[in-house]
Design a protein. Structure first.
Length: 196
């Protein structure tokens, strides 16, 4: 079996393909490496200018080594093997978008620290408990959320009541403007605010 691609090697490939110096780049694309990246290492901390970092479609199991990325606004980690949202404290104030669809997330502990988060993509994970959605309530800037494909969504879908699912999400997160790619409308908000 081929040895995993290191962050250092992925950065070298990115620089060669794009003709840029990664430490000066605002957008660094390390997605879909072959063989895949398995570990986020300290080499990432050299990307001081990076605003958009894509590590999607790899084989990463743990979020780490983001200290030093003081300008990071968008972090794409979709299609990996990540089980926990962790080690994001160093980017908590700047991170505006976190893309984590198609991972192994069951719980969202730690996400409440991401005070600047506007966009959170969590589709096709393993989230089944509404308490996890409630963890997002302190994120008052959050306006775009993807949850489709999680067990809590599928439970409603199987009963043919995805509209009820949307209302349940909006009861907990009334500031959302878009849910699962569909704009939130006034009727939905009124239903969500209505007493039970």
């Amino acid at each position: 079996m081929a040895k995993a691609t290191s962050i250092k090697d992925a950065i070298a490939k990115f620089e060669a393909a794009k003709g840029v110096v990664a430490v000066e780049a605002e957008k660094v694309e390390l997605y879909g490496q072959c063989p895949p990246i398995e570990k986020m290492d300290a080499t990432l901390s050299t990307l001081k200018a990076c605003k958009v970092l894509s590590l999607s479609t790899n084989n990463i199991e743990k979020i780490s080594s983001l200290s030093g990325l003081d300008n990071l606004q968008i972090l794409s980690l979709g299609r990996n093997q990540i089980k926990k949202i962790e080690n994001l404290d160093s980017v908590a104030d700047t991170l505006q978008e976190l893309w984590m669809s198609y991972n192994l997330l069951e719980r969202l502990v730690g996400v409440e620290k991401l005070s600047s988060l506007r966009v959170l993509y969590l589709s096709n994970n393993k989230i089944r408990d509404w308490a996890e959605v409630e963890r997002l309530a302190p994120l008052d800037k959050l306006e775009d959320l993807l949850l489709v494909g999680n067990p809590l969504y599928n439970d409603f879908k199987d009963k043919g009541s995805t509209q009820d699912y949307r209302i349940e999400v909006l009861k907990r997160l009334p500031n959302l403007k878009k849910l699962d790619g569909i704009p939130v409308d006034v009727d939905e908000l009124e239903k969500a605010r209505a007493p039970a």
